[in-house]
Design a protein around this ligand. Sequence first.
Ligand SMILES: Cc1cc2nc3c(=O)[nH]c(=O)nc-3n(C[C@H](O)[C@H](O)[C@H](O)COP(=O)(O)O)c2cc1C
Length: 204
Amino acid sequence: MPTFVPTNTGITMFNLKIIIASTRPGRKGPSIASWVYDVAKTHNEFDTELVDLAEINLPFLDEPEHPRLQKYQHQHTKDWSAKINEGDAYIVVTSEYNFSIPASLKNAMDYLYNEWNYKPMAIVSYGGVSGGLRAAQSLKQVITAQKMMPLAESVPIPFFTQFIDADGKFNATDIHNKGLGILLKELAFWADGMKYMREKKKTQ
Ligand SMILES: Cc1cc2nc3c(=O)[nH]c(=O)nc-3n(C[C@H](O)[C@H](O)[C@H](O)COP(=O)(O)O)c2cc1C
């Protein structure tokens, strides 16, 4: 078996994808995701991109083979694979539908496997009194099945509509900003460690 010698990769910049989970017309997800994106862009550890599942527009999973085989038949899957493969870390901005995640998000995650492996995922959720926490907890089950690390740090936003103004802008409070700052710092830490893990995995 080849020996893996750990070295300091010197990597300080990680590709961060911020995923907007909801896709319905009139959705509020983009308002909250814009705030997350603006804050993430101020962190110099991340090269940040917004990924909107409404724009990605995947059909219900239509690949005949298990995604771990990566025998993708459809261009939309190949494009989605390439997009997610670029990421070192993810933040999902998710609503809560019937105490769980939107089907659009579950579908998008089910499309792929290897592309998600050994990468960290953090959650910003929004909703009524629970702030989307039930959706966030159910998402963690999917995240672990994908061999990802679900971050303990999260930002749940209860009664989120009160922070969205007439122009659709989400006006974060100090508490939201503080929570997101802690989340981003921790996400960079995991992104660094898990990049090392992915390198080691290649030698096994
Ligand atoms: C199908 C559906 C189910 C919902 N279920 C919940 C729920 O379980 N918990 C909750 O806090 N809000 C729930 N809501 C209200 C959402 O928090 C609210 O509509 C929010 O704007 C949804 O996010 P979106 O606008 O990005 O789609 C639900 C909304 C929809 C459309």
